[in-house]
Design a protein around this ligand. Structure first.
Ligand code: ADP
Ligand code: MG
Length: 237
């Protein structure tokens, strides 16, 4: 398998705070990886470094073999990265369909755009609510709409930051199935998640972050047997 993403000795300091403190992460093409860890562990910061929202304090980021450490975010997106942040970025005052059309404008035109639109509506099961304002959707549906917008660019690698935050167990399960479906279609996915039922539903491999460092890594079964992980993280759930 080819490596799609690699970070080498990645660090991000905010003043004296070591938010990311030397992370070496390797993600293989087609992987579905879960990133877990207590609040403030540095998970969102790591995503922002990968996307280029912040410059790192030290270290390097490679994407598809190229050093992208100093590349601007929109150029990383052009190379095949897409992200769904913790805070939804959908247009609440526009209908579902219009939200998706905006996201699809870049890669598609005309009939191809219409076909892609139908595929996305089916993917997130919102065909029946295509004319509804995004503001009127349920919390879960709004999250799925945003995932669909991130997927519209047909990224090679999708980053999801807590996609199930605030969701009911049913919505969380549906999100897990959506993520598995996208991964089965060949998309590499890295997902930050707190919900252990969700992690168990989707995870093939889990990386635990703690105080800006990789604390443990492996199958979920291995992770939950590590008493130190249980102590720093799982014990609180
Ligand atoms: P997580 O997503 O794992 O909960 P974050 O990456 O959001 O953690 O935050 C890691 C640490 O970095 C926290 O202590 C947080 O307060 C701090 N932090 C995050 N972003 C900033 C910022 N822009 N400026 C200063 N400190 C920040
Ligand atoms: Mg976070």
């Amino acid at each position: 398998m080819a490596t799609i993403l690699q970070t080498r000795g990645l660090k991000k300091y905010f003043g004296g705070l070591r938010a990311i403190n030397g992370v070496d992460l390797v993600i293989e093409e087609g992987e579905l990886r879960c990133l877990i860890g207590p609040n403030g562990a540095g998970k969102s910061t790591l995503f922002k470094l990968i996307l280029g929202s912040y410059p790192p304090s030290a270290g390097a980021i490679l994407f598809k073999g190229d050093d992208i450490t100093t590349l601007q975010p929109h150029l990383r997106v052009q190379r095949g990265m897409s992200i769904k942040f913790q805070v939804p970025g959908i247009f609440l005052q526009l209908p579902v369909e219009q939200n998706l059309r905006i996201a699809l404008q870049r890669p598609h035109r005309g009939a191809a755009l219409d076909q892609a639109l139908e595929r996305l509506l089916e993917l997130i099961d919102l065909g029946h609510q295509r004319s509804e304002l995004a503001a009127n959707l349920s919390h879960g549906q709004q999250q799925w709409l945003e995932i669909a917008m991130a997927v519209a660019l047909q990224p090679a690698m999708l980053l999801l930051d807590e996609p199930t935050a605030g969701m009911s167990p049913e919505e969380t399960f549906k999100t897990g199935e959506l993520v598995k479906k996208l991964n089965a279609s060949g998309m590499t996915i890295v997902v930050i998640e707190h919900d252990m039922a969700f992690v168990r539903q989707i995870a093939k491999r889990v990386t635990v972050l703690h105080f800006g460092e990789v604390f443990d890594d492996g199958s979920l079964d291995k992770i939950v047997r590590n008493e130190d992980v249980v102590r720093i993280y799982l014990g609180k759930v």
